[in-house]
Design a protein around this ligand. Structure first.
Ligand code: ADP
Ligand code: MG
Length: 483
C-alpha cells in the first residue's frame, strides 16, 4: 500500500503502529493491567453479591496496605515492634504474605488447624528488620497454645475449634493445662478405687508389702485370709510366728489395716482433733498420717485396757497404719459379736454386769470413753465379753467425751433391756454409774443439756487455767455393781 510522505510522517500513524506492535507482543499484560474491574466487559455484572464482594476485596486490600504503612511508621527502627495483624482484613485465600506459606503444605488438610497456618520458625522469629515477629508474639503464641491443647488427655474435652482462629493467652492456657492434669489424676484415682472395691480383700500394694515383710521376718507364720471388711478397716487373720527376745507372738493374730483411701475418717476428725494427746500434731498432718494416728490411737488405748485387765486384744506390733494384735476366736473363726450370739439368760445377765464393770474400769482406770460401744464391738469368747475397736476412744475430758459416753450407755442399756436383762439400768442410771457423776434430770433432753453444760464448764476451765480437770467425778468413786 502506497502512501504519501505526509502520511508517513504523521504522528498519529506512528502511534497507531506502535500500539499495534505492543498489543501483539504483550497481550496479557495489557489485559491484566486493565483488569476486569476496569473494563467490565467480560465480567458478569448481573450478580450484586459478586460485585459487592469484589468491591469489598478491593477496599480490604487498600485498607491492609494502609495498615502496613502505618505499622511501619510507628515501629520505625525500634527493636520492639507492635503488630497490627489483628486489624487486618485480608481474606485467607488472598494472603500474599510469603511467610504464611511456610508449613502450609503440612497443615492444609488438618481441619483442627486454624485456616491461617501458624508457624513456629526454628530460629524463633520470622520476618526481617522492622517486620520481625518473634515467638513471643501474642497471636503466634495464642495459636500455638490452642494447638497444644490437643496434647491433653483424650478424655479431656477441649472442643475442636474448627474454623475459629482460637488464640489462648498463656494465662488461660496454663490454667486449662493445670485443670487437665488434675482431672487426669482424679480419674486415675477413681479407677484405682473401683478396682479396690471389686476385689474386696485387696489392700494397696504398699500395705501388702508391709504385711509380707511381717511374714518374711518370721513374726507371722502365714496370713490366712480376711475376717472383716468394714468402712474404715480390713481385718485379716494370721498365724503367729516365732517369738523374739522381747515379744511373745500369740498363736493366732488379727491384723487390722486402717484404710488409707477412704474419706470416712474425715468425718471422724472430731474424735481425734480435740483429743489433747494428739492436738498439737493434728493440724500439721496429711490424711495418710492422720490415718496412721488412728492406728496409733487404737494401740495406746488397747494397751491401757490391757493394763487395767479388761478383756481385749493384746497389741503385738504397729507398723504405720497396720496394727497386729491377738486374735479373739479360734481356728481362724473370730468370736461372734454380742449381737449375733444367743445366750442363756444367765449368761446374758453375767455379760451385762461384766460390761457395766468394764465401762467403769475403762472410765476410772483407763481414763477412756469407748465412744463406739455397742453389741457390734463386743465379742463373746471364752464365756466372757471382749471389747474391741477402740481407735476412736477418747478421754472423758474430751470436749464431747461425756456425750460419747452417754451414747455408749444408751446403746448398752437398750441392748440388754431388749435381751431381757431385768436388772439392766436405763441409760441415765448407767451414765451416772459409770461416770460417778450425779445428774438428776429425769428425762433425756434435760440430761443431755446437763452433760453439755458440764463439758462447757470443762472447756472454760481449760481456757482459764490452761489444763483440763483431771477427770470428771462427782461424789467420788462410782458405785460397784455386782450380781
Ligand atoms: P471397724 O472399725 O472396721 O468396725 P473393728 O475393730 O470393729 O473395725 O473390726 C471389725 C471386725 O473384725 C470385728 O467386728 C471383728 O469381727 C473382727 N475383729 C477385729 N479385731 C479382731 C480381733 N482382735 N480378733 C478377732 N476378730 C477381730
Ligand atoms: Mg467395729
Amino acid at each position: 500500500m502506497s502512501c504519501s510522505l505526509a502520511d508517513v510522517m504523521s504522528e498519529q500513524l506512528a502511534k497507531e503502529l506502535q500500539l499495534e506492535e505492543e498489543n501483539a507482543a504483550f497481550p496479557e499484560v495489557v489485559a491484566v493491567a486493565e483488569g476486569p474491574f476496569i473494563t467490565g466487559e467480560n465480567i458478569d455484572t448481573s450478580s450484586d453479591l459478586m460485585l459487592a464482594q469484589m468491591l469489598q476485596m478491593e477496599f480490604d486490600r487498600e485498607y491492609d496496605a494502609q495498615l502496613r504503612r502505618e505499622e511501619k511508621k510507628i515501629n520505625g527502627d525500634s527493636k520492639v515492634s507492635i503488630s497490627f495483624e489483628n486489624y487486618r482484613k485480608v481474606h485467607p485465600y488472598d494472603s500474599d504474605s510469603s511467610e504464611d506459606e511456610v508449613d502450609w503444605q503440612d497443615t492444609r488438610h488438618d481441619p483442627y488447624r486454624a485456616d491461617k497456618p501458624t508457624t513456629t520458625p526454628r530460629k524463633g522469629f520470622i520476618g526481617k528488620g522492622k517486620d520481625i515477629t518473634t515467638k513471643h508474639d501474642e497471636v503466634v503464641c495464642g495459636r500455638k497454645n490452642t494447638a497444644r491443647m490437643e496434647n491433653f488427655a483424650p478424655e479431656f474435652q477441649v472442643g475442636d475449634g474448627i474454623g475459629m482462629d482460637l488464640k489462648l493467652s498463656n494465662q488461660v492456657f496454663n490454667a486449662l493445662k493445670q485443670h487437665a492434669y488434675s482431672e487426669e489424676r482424679r480419674s486415675a484415682r477413681l479407677h484405682e478405687k473401683k478396682e479396690h472395691s471389686t476385689a474386696e480383700k485387696a489392700v494397696d500394694p504398699k500395705t501388702r508389702l508391709l504385711m509380707y515383710k511381717m511374714v518374711n521376718s518370721g513374726m507371722l507364720e502365714t496370713i490366712t485370709g480376711c475376717v472383716s471388711t468394714g468402712k474404715e478397716s480390713v481385718v485379716f487373720h494370721a498365724y503367729g510366728g516365732n517369738a523374739t527376745e522381747d515379744k511373745v507372738i500369740p498363736p493366732e493374730c488379727a491384723i487390722k489395716v486402717f484404710k488409707t483411701t477412704l474419706n470416712e475418717f474425715k468425718n471422724r476428725d472430731k474424735y481425734i482433733k480435740d483429743d489433747y494427746r494428739f492436738k498439737d500434731r493434728f493440724s500439721k498432718l496429711n490424711p495418710r498420717k492422720i490415718i496412721r494416728m488412728w492406728a496409733e490411737k487404737e494401740m495406746h488405748n488397747l494397751t491401757r485396757m490391757q493394763n487395767a485387765g479388761i478383756p481385749c486384744p493384746q497389741v503385738v506390733i504397729l507398723k504405720k497404719h497396720v496394727l497386729v494384735m491377738s486374735f479373739i476366736g479360734q481356728d481362724q473363726v473370730p468370736a461372734p459379736k454380742l449381737k449375733d450370739v444367743t445366750l442363756h439368760s444367765e449368761d446374758m445377765k453375767k455379760a451385762y454386769y461384766q460390761v457395766l464393770n468394764m465401762m467403769q474400769q475403762l472410765y476410772k482406770e483407763c481414763n477412756l470413753v469407748h465412744a463406739d460401744l455397742s453389741e457390734y464391738n463386743m465379742l463373746w469368747h471364752d464365756g466372757k465379753v471382749w471389747l474391741i475397736d477402740v481407735s476412736q476412744s477418747v478421754e472423758p475430758t474430751h470436749p464431747h467425751g461425756l456425750e460419747f459416753l452417754f451414747r455408749d450407755c444408751r446403746n448398752v442399756a437398750q441392748f440388754f433391756q431388749k435381751a431381757g436383762v431385768a436388772e439392766a439400768l436405763n441409760e441415765r442410771e448407767l451414765f451416772n454409774a459409770v461416770s460417778g457423776l450425779n445428774i438428776t434430770a429425769d428425762n433425756e433432753v434435760d440430761f443431755q443439756a446437763e452433760i453439755e453444760a458440764l463439758e462447757k464448764m470443762n472447756e472454760d476451765h481449760v481456757q482459764n487455767h490452761g489444763k483440763k480437770l483431771s477427770v470428771f467425778s462427782g461424789d467420788g468413786d462410782p458405785p460397784i455393781y455386782n450380781e
